[in-house]
Design a binder for this molecule. Structure first.
Ligand code: CMC
Length: 433
């Protein structure tokens, strides 16, 4: 882990006393006040709902400049990674800090193939879920179940670490595809050592004994790109959940199961499903673009423009730019005309020229266009967030490992400002109102 520089001090004056806290700076110039001793010094704590101003860790993995719309993993811009790498190379980069050379990639790919099966007994679990079970519910439960099937898990360094990482990345993909097959009531398809990571996933999803599945290079390339776009995003809600659970010493599978649950919410990864449901509702009910924009601005109406806005990006999300281009490419190449894309483009145009969205710096985020691309590939809506989870898995693992190796990290344990009743006596039940 790279050290931060101390570049000055911030002074806090409170009740006539002055307290000085070091100002530290990261490699891209972001400054922060190191205030671990604030409470001990002053008895004060900071109140920061949603942690919008709180750095919970020092990290080497991903850099975001939300004002300029920059996203880099280990120094590499997201567009270069999306245009030049496979998802597996990016996964390796996130976990190891450098891109693999050919030998490292071949070795890692072999490990992924070798560990892509899940224990046969685990397949029985799938049978007991109801047909309508959301695949995210199944995936999170299966992820934590892996820790009971692979209790010898030992995330050391070098080969041991590669094995654990490969096992998790390979199995999350297999579990995801099986959860879909189960929801369809179709036989499970095993992974094949003859296919790449993305090809394998598509084949496990769509092959059936009665209809061969022809892999389309357009679909494979697009899915590879979408997975890269999701691979990491520094301290987002699900990654913070993984870190928080991991900080208690919980194992990697349990921590990642927590990440999957956090991702499911519609304000986070669940937004890709929510976007399609919103666009479909607009199409089905014949709502006008103007009416949707007005509703999304009305604070008394729960309707929000899904796929718009971001805690960190105050300009166009760089992932959304790539996702929009990929979406148009896929639809053109597959010769698909999707009314939902037309609605999405109109919504974007209208929102980007509306004062409400402009003044709040609300732009399309990564989820706005990914769902339309996934739809074009034949992926059902309830699998969209599962695909986000497969994509985000390398980021979760990289953060879990980084935290484990960081000597500054302690168990995550925020404080609170209590506003409940002060001490009171219990009234015997017969005397209570
Ligand atoms: N539609 C309408 N108004 C919005 C939207 C939206 N999508 N997003 C934010 N706003 C308004 C919000 O009401 C608030 O207005 P005001 O200042 O008048 O109170 C202002 O913009 C700031 O929003 P916020 O809710 O305080 O921002 P936040 O940083 O807490 O939330 C967000 C960020 C992503 C949860 C939010 O923008 C949102 O709910 N977007 C829709 C869901 C979505 O697309 N999520 C995917 C995020 S990107 C991928 C990922 O993380 O998984």
């Amino acid at each position: 882990m790279h050290e931060v520089k101390e570049v000055g001090a911030a002074e806090l004056i409170y009740e006539g006393n002055s307290y000085k806290y070091p100002v530290i700076e990261g490699s891209e110039g972001e400054r922060s006040i190191r205030m671990g001793s604030l409470r001990a010094d002053t008895k004060l704590i900071s109140y920061d709902p949603g942690y919008g101003n709180t750095a919970s860790c020092i990290s080497d993995i991903t850099f975001i400049d939300g004002e300029k719309g920059i996203l880099r993993h280990r120094g590499y811009p997201i567009d270069e990674l999306a245009n030049n790498c496979t998802f597996i190379e990016v996964a390796y980069l996130l976990v190891h800090g450098h891109l693999p050379n050919q030998n490292q990639l071949t070795y890692f790919s072999r490990l992924l193939n070798r560990h892509s099966l899940i224990h046969e007994d685990m397949r029985n679990f799938f049978k007991n879920y109801p047909d309508h079970a959301h695949p995210m519910a199944i995936l999170s439960a299966m992820m934590v179940s892996l820790s009971s099937f692979y209790p010898e898990l030992n995330v050391g360094e070098g080969e041991e670490m590669d094995l654990t990482v490969a096992r998790l990345l390979a199995k999350i993909r297999t579990l995801a595809a099986l959860s879909y097959k189960q929801s369809e009531g179709h036989p499970h398809v095993y992974p094949s050592s003859k296919m790449t990571y993305v090809e394998n996933f598509l084949n496990m999803m769509f092959y059936t004994p009665v209809a061969n599945y022809e892999l389309d290079p357009v679909t494979v390339r697009a899915l590879n790109k979408l997975l890269i776009l999701h691979a990491d995003h520094e301290q987002n809600c699900s990654t913070s959940a993984v870190r928080l659970v991991g900080s208690s010493g919980a194992n990697l599978y349990a921590s990642i199961a927590a990440g999957i649950c956090a991702l499911w919410g519609p304000l986070h990864g669940g937004a890709n499903q929510a976007v399609i449901e919103m666009l479909d509702q607009i199409r089905r009910e014949g709502l006008t673009i103007d009416a949707c924009i007005e509703r999304s601005k009305d604070k008394d109406d729960p309707f929000r423009l899904m796929g718009f806005g971001h805690r960190v990006y105050k300009s166009y999300d760089p992932r959304a730019k790539i996702a929009k281009q990929a979406c148009e490419d896929v639809l053109n190449k597959l010769g698909i005309k999707d009314e939902l894309l037309d609605i999405a483009i109109q919504l974007e145009d209208r929102a980007l020229n509306d004062d409400y969205f402009v003044s709040r710096k609300l732009y399309p985020n990564v989820d706005f266009y990914t769902g339309i691309t996934l739809r074009a590939m034949g992926i059902p809506t309830n699998m969209f967030t599962v695909i986000f989870a497969i994509g985000r898995a390398p980021g979760w693992i990289a953060h879990w490992l980084e935290q484990r190796d960081d000597p500054d990290q302690r168990i995550g344990r925020p404080r609170q400002v209590y506003t409940g009743p002060q001490e009171r006596k219990i009234i015997p039940i017969e005397n209570r109102d």
